[in-house]
Design a protein around this ligand. Sequence first.
Ligand SMILES: Cc1ncc(COP(=O)(O)O)c(C=O)c1O
Length: 403
Amino acid sequence: MTTTTDWTAVERSVFFQTGRRAPVTLVRGEGAYLWDDQGKKYLDFVAGIAVVSIGHSHPALVEAIRRQAETLIHVSNIFYTVPQLELAQLLVEHSCLDRVYFCNSGAEANEGAIKLARKWGKEQKDGAYEIISTLNSFHGRTLAAVTATGTERYKAPYAPLMPGFINVPWNDLQALKDATTEKTCAVMLEPIQGEGGVNMPDAGYLQAVRAWCDDQNLLLIFDEVQTGVGRTGTLWAYEQYGIEPDIMTLAKGLAGGVPIGALMAKESVALTFQPGDHGSTFGGNPLATAAGYAVLKHIIDNDLPAQVAEKGERLRAKLAALEDRHGGIAEVRGLGLLCAVQFEQDIAEEVATAARAEGLLLNNLRPNVLRIAPPLTISDAEIDEAVAILDRVLAARTAKGGS
Ligand SMILES: Cc1ncc(COP(=O)(O)O)c(C=O)c1O
């Protein structure tokens, strides 16, 4: 489909200017590929920022949405609905958590986690309400979630912020211990910092945080909005560290692109919420949860996490080989299909722009970092195609005298 409308101009005139976009209007997707309004085809290594877990318009997801849309789209959480409870059962069966609450986004799931931890602190820990999170973390844009987020520029415009949040450096156990007081009720972490740069936990860090939480009677909240649902090569990232959180939040890949969020908790913590304590009009509606069920079931039944682990190794090995060929790459890191390429210089935007011209979509996450997060269903051939494009882009830069 080609159009003559300049959608970028329409956006500039009618849309809130809250973010920067790449100048491309996408109109169709299939598997790992997208097409723009001019008919140009792209290999998608952004996947809606780790959302399109089983690829664009996967038949299992399309069929689940179609069937549910024909049956029942929305009622209200004042009634029982089947898809919601089927997805909740599947999540509980396949995780260490015991109860689920559905909402519509990652930020909203984290708001729920923060409220749950505060109420737990009020009732179980003498009114403790402080939550410790890390610098460079990202927990969402709502007021409490952005206060927990460890990036100053996201918060500064909205001061005064919510009281009761402390940021400590990532991978610094002593700082976390020093920040703990009798007012602390929880520690909130991404097992791998996603938006902050795909920053990996040091060996033993997450386990030591778990031990500290046990020692101090603090809740451990894992924000698995980005790392969950198979992205890192296990269904949940916590599995790879041999520990269990008390609370886990999910969103992004859970319904493959249909908006959904989930708050999960251990039984004793979940029971803190009593009828009337929390709620949502849309959260867990039949359409979103039928989509979530189809996606999660597909991921589990096809053991996608095991494939993701292998594909991630292959992708990182090929990316690391680009350093041997072109130089200028400081680090290739990640777990499963949540990867980053860190350059020695601030060239991520230039590389992403050149790759887009060659038909590969990448996310320039930081001035010097590309995030690489294709659909979990990506094939070896598609990985090879993406790395070949990146290879050509880096070779062209070198030929032009770029350093
Ligand atoms: C770890 C993490 N938590 C929370 C969020 C916020 O999710 P949402 O944009 O759905 O509100 C994100 C989004 O990137 C995230 O990566």
